[in-house]
Design a protein around this ligand. Sequence first.
Ligand SMILES: Cc1ncc(COP(=O)(O)O)c(C=O)c1O
Length: 477
Amino acid sequence: MKKSISDGSLYFKLKSYSQTDFVPLHMPGHKRNVSLLGDDIPYSLDITEISGFDNLHHAEGIIKQAQAKAERLYNSRHSFILVNGSTCGILAAVRTVTEYGDEIIMARNCHKSVYNACTLNNLTAHYIYPPMDKKTAVSGSIYPHDIEIMLKTYPKSKAVVITSPTYEGVISNIEEICRIAHNVNVPVIVDNAHGAHQAFVDNVIGEPVACGADIVISSLHKTLPSLTQTAVAHINGDFVNAGDFSAELAVFETSSPSYVLMASADRCFDILAEHGVSLFAKYGKRLADFDEKMKNLKNITLLCHGADCVYNHNFYGFDSGKIVICTKDCGISGVELSERLRREYHIELEMAYSFYAVAMTSICDSDENFQRLIAALSEIDEKLCRNTTQVNSFNVPALQQSQYSPASLPKNGEILPLEQAVGKISLDHIYAYPPGIPLVVAGEIISKDFVEYIRSLEMCGVDVHTAHGDLTQIKCF
Ligand SMILES: Cc1ncc(COP(=O)(O)O)c(C=O)c1O
C-alpha cells in the first residue's frame, strides 16, 4: 500500500515542523537529535508480545534484561519500564501503599496524577505547602521538619508523597525526609518525573534512589534521550513489595505496550551505560559556559544560573538542567517572554507562567541550542527596562478544604462561571497545564481572593482550565 500523507494530517505537520530550525528547549529530552541518536524508529519495529519478545507485565526475557540495565544504572533493587509515562507509575505507587479510605501526607504542589490517585482510593490528603521563593514565586523545597510535624499530627498516614525535582528544578532533602518517615514506618514516594537524569550528574544531591526513597518514578522522556511516554519506576527498601507494585501497574498501564517505546527506553539505558559519563561531562560544560555568559544580564534574572546561585534561595538543591527565566522585574510576563522567543528567535520553551518561563535542557542539546538561547536572552535583556514596581505581590491565597473525602463528593453539581462559584465547593480540579499542578483541588472551597488570583494569571497569558472545560464551566455545589 502506498503511503498516504495529506497536508492536513498530523504526520505531515510533524514532518514539516521537524524541518524547521526551532530550538526545542522542552521535552522530550532526546531533542529530536537524530545525528546523535539515529532516525530509525519505524513501523517495521512495531510488534506485540509475540514469542521471544517477553511480556512487560511478567518480564522474564529481553524486557527483564532491559529492566536489569536500569537496576544497575540507578542502583535500585527493582526497576520497571513504564510506557504510560510517570502518570501510571504514580497511580500504581499510591495504590500500592494505601487502602481505600486511608490518609496520606502529600506536598500541595504535586502533579494531578497524585490527586487522581487520591480520588481513586478515596484518600484523605494532608497537604504540606512548600514555601514560596519570594524572589521568583517558584515553590521551594519541602522542609523535612514539616514532614515530621505532619507525621506526628496525622499518625494514621500511610505514605508521604513529594515531587523532587519540581518542574522548575527545585530539589528537596529526600534523605532526611526518608529518615524521618522510616522512623515511623511510613514509606516515601518520590515523584521524580523531572529527575531521571539526576543519577548521572556529578556531585548531585537529593537523587531519590540513593537517598532511600521507597518508590521513585522518573520520566525517561522528560530529561533523557527516550521517546515520549517512557518512564521508569524503582522499588527499594523494605516497606514496599515489588510484586504488589507490579500488580497495581497492571491496572493502570496498557496491556499492549509499545515495543517501539520499550526499545527506546532500552536504548536510553545503553547510551547511559556506554556514553553517560562523557555526555554528562559535555553537558556540564555547556551549562557552565551558559552561566558564564549570562552573568551580566541586567533585567532578566535566571534562577540559580548566571549571576544567581542556589544559596540566594531557600532551596535544598537545584537541578541545573532547568533554566527558569524570571521576568518579574522587567515588565513582561513569562508568557510574553516565551512568545517573543518563539516569534523572534524560533526558540520553543517548555512552559511559561505569570512571572517566569522554563527552558528544559538535556545531554542532547547541542552547543548551537545553547548559543542561540544565550544570544536571544542577551538581546532581549538589552531591550527591556528594569521595572520593579510592576508586581505588587505574588502571594497565592490558601484555599480552605471542605470536610468531604473524594468519594463523598457528589458526582453532579451546578455548572457555573468562575466568579459565581465563589463560596462553593469545587467538584473539579482547576489548573494550568503545564505544570499540571491543581490550583484548586476538587473538594476545596473557591474563594474570592483565589478567583482574583486565577484572573491575574490569565491576565499574564496563562491558560487556566478544568478537566471539563474552561472557566465559564466550573462544576461545583
Ligand atoms: C511533576 C510531574 N509529575 C508527573 C508528571 C507526569 O509525567 P508523565 O507525563 O511522564 O506521565 C508530570 C508531567 O509533566 C510532572 O510534571
